[in-house]
Write a protein that binds this ligand. Structure first.
Ligand SMILES: Nc1ncnc2c1ncn2[C@@H]1O[C@H](COP(=O)(O)OP(=O)(O)OP(=O)(O)O)[C@@H](O)[C@H]1O
Ligand SMILES: O=C(O)[C@H](O)CO
Length: 555
């Protein structure tokens, strides 16, 4: 996986050059080029939302006066700066903060995913590592994104640092997705194990991140404004890399520097909705009952500045720019893609059919009015506040060549089986099923779904890419897609299918702005699409069964 990351810069630097298509084997060649480009687009999109550049955009220090500017607010630094952080992108954020503010930094504690330092080191991203004698103490924990003893130790160290601050101090809080699991401090008598079980059950039953984090806040000392309270009377500046649709600061990492607006009734509704209220451990009931009668009410956070410094929308804007540089007409459909993964897959299936029909030359499939209506109905059912479907279809209608429809967000999976997978792999496989159900005519179609953190669910893949032929090819390999889907076993499927060639492997990326989805369509025999294919052998990073690298595309 480390090797995989090292490949990225080479791909990114490869010159764009035209690939002429047509003649025998053109469909296959263009299909392979789509895969190569989609994969590259994914990697470059992640490259654009790495923590360093976003921190540099948000912070500036005047070295002579010691004035720190965060957006339009100024803070006076005089050896009074402390730092804490928790989340999948926080190592790189802390490294950037140290680089920018090092001489003012007195002490710091961060909680980051297990193995991230080694992964970053192997990938050669030195700029995402802290200095050798850093004043920032690093805890690694929360393997598989679940709170554990290591992240509990980190949370206690963070609380201790915050509680020791005075009114003269400034606490910089670095927050990114995955922060909830990396900052567990359950209110006694709730134990870590009880909190872990409840979180797992809620997630497995399809609870949204808003619901999940409402419960987490109610049971935590530090979430829902608790950290800000612990740091009072120090001033607090939180820099937040959003991994939640709509960038709600109170939800991201369970809002440790944002006062919670939820009450116990909200929690009970959620627990009821997922059939968990009756079986609650006594400790959870005790804490909820206590909160109900708390005379102090929710924490106040008037001493806090919360700033979003990076988001999925930013990643998609970059993806669009890159897709256009590759010769696609590109449109961002939505940065708020959410809902059940099955409905989202149906939407993409319909979208591919409608867009594909528009792209088909005269005499081809033609657009079915019924399908276009179904597409709009499905889109309405998803209730995406920022969906640009009409605009996208206009672009498709006017397109002469390949198009790339981009979206991002975080669909949810209702786990029914005990297989190994993640929402990106599950979405991709479901879209493949949709695409395979009806031939699309002479149009090459590719759908890619990947998590920008590089970890899809509890797997080491970031996601997967698919094409309409997948289901029939799988059958030929003796793999029944429906069975794998029924068991939520999509990682096992992709691992076996074509030797894992459709999995996306980036390793831990060091950032986390949710997932991105690319739907690329190209008329089958078109000429003049650009590729960055560097030469006789393109290195891609799909480990085969032994975990070694496979070179997949040969001209
Ligand atoms: N076997 C599976 N198949 C499909 N999805 C799964 C499977 N196992 C877990 N998931 C899903 O993976 C998600 C958890 O993934 P992950 O650990 O990457 O969290 P995340 O939401 O990306 O992390 P964060 O919120 O911290 O950014 C949950 O939505 C869960 O339903
Ligand atoms: O950590 C969390 O709570 C999720 O990643 C949402 O931010």
């Amino acid at each position: 996986m480390a090797v995989a990351l090292q490949v990225l810069p080479r791909l990114a630097r490869a010159p764009l050059r035209p690939l002429l298509w047509g003649g025998p084997g053109a469909r296959l060649a263009s299909g392979m080029a789509l895969a190569e480009q989609a994969r590259m687009l994914f990697e470059n999109t992640i490259g654009a939302v790495l923590p360093g550049p976003m921190m540099h955009r948000a912070l500036s220090l005047d070295p002579s006066s010691g004035q720190l500017k965060v957006r339009d607010r100024s803070f006076q630094l005089r050896q009074n700066l402390y730092l804490v952080g928790f989340g999948k992108a926080v190592l790189g954020m802390a490294a950037a903060a140290e680089e920018l503010l090092g001489q003012h930094l007195v002490q710091g504690v961060i909680s980051v995913p297990k193995g991230i330092r080694a992964a970053v080191e192997c990938s050669g991203k030195q700029e995402m590592l802290l200095k050798p004698h850093s004043r920032v103490q690093v805890f690694e924990g929360a393997e598989d994104n679940l709170p554990d003893r290591d992240s509990l130790r980190a949370a206690l160290a963070i609380r201790q640092l915050a509680e020791g601050l005075t009114a003269d101090d400034l606490l910089l809080v670095l927050i990114s997705g995955g922060g909830s699991a990396l900052l567990p401090a359950p209110i006694p008598p709730v134990t870590l194990e009880e909190k872990q079980t409840l979180t797992k059950l809620l997630a497995a039953r399809g609870a949204t991140i808003q619901e999940l984090n409402t419960i987490r806040k109610a049971l935590s000392q530090l979430k829902g404004g608790g950290l800000a309270q612990a740091a009072y009377p120090a001033q607090v500046v939180s820099l937040i890399l959003s991994d939640v649709v709509g960038d709600p600061v109170e939800v991201i990492a369970s809002g440790p520097t944002v006062a919670s607006v939820h009450n116990v009734q909200d929690c009970l509704h959620i627990l009821n909705r997922y059939g968990l209220r009756a079986a609650l451990p006594r400790s959870v009931k005790t804490v909820l009952a206590r909160a109900d009668s708390d005379p102090h009410g929710p924490h106040t956070c008037g001493h806090v500045l919360n700033v979003i410094i990076g988001s999925n929308a930013l990643a998609l804007a970059e993806a669009r720019r890159q897709a256009e540089a590759l010769g696609y007409r590109a449109v961002v459909l939505s940065a708020a893609m959410q809902g059940d993964v099955k409905s989202v897959a149906t939407f993409y299936g319909l979208l591919a059919r409608v867009a594909g029909a528009h792209l088909t030359p005269p005499g081809g499939a033609g657009v079915s009015v019924e399908e276009e209506e179904q597409l709009h109905e499905q889109a309405a059912a998803l209730q995406l506040p920022d969906l640009q479907l009409k605009e996208a279809l206009e672009v498709v209608k006017g397109a002469q060549g390949p198009i790339c429809l981009l979206a991002g967000g975080e669909p949810t999976v209702q786990l029914q089986g005990s297989g190994k997978g993640g929402r990106n792999q599950e979405l991709a496989l479901r879209v493949a099923t949709e695409l395979g159900q009806r031939p699309l005519g002479p149009v090459d179609v590719l759908f890619l779904s990947g998590g920008t953190d590089g970890r899809d669910g509890p797997t080491d893949a970031a996601g997967a890419w698919v094409m309409p032929e997948l289901a029939s090819q799988a059958t030929a390999e003796g793999l029944d897609v429906a069975t794998f889907l029924a068991h939520n076993d999509t990682h096992t499927f992709f691992h076996r299918f074509q030797g894992g060639a459709h999995l996306l492997y980036t390793g831990l990326t060091g950032t986390n702005v949710m997932d991105v989805h690319f739907l690329a369509l190209a008329p089958g025999c078109m000429v003049g699409l650009y590729t960055s294919h560097p030469g006789p052998l393109l290195h891609v990073h799909s480990p085969n069964h032994n975990g070694t690298m496979a070179a997949l595309f040969r001209p």
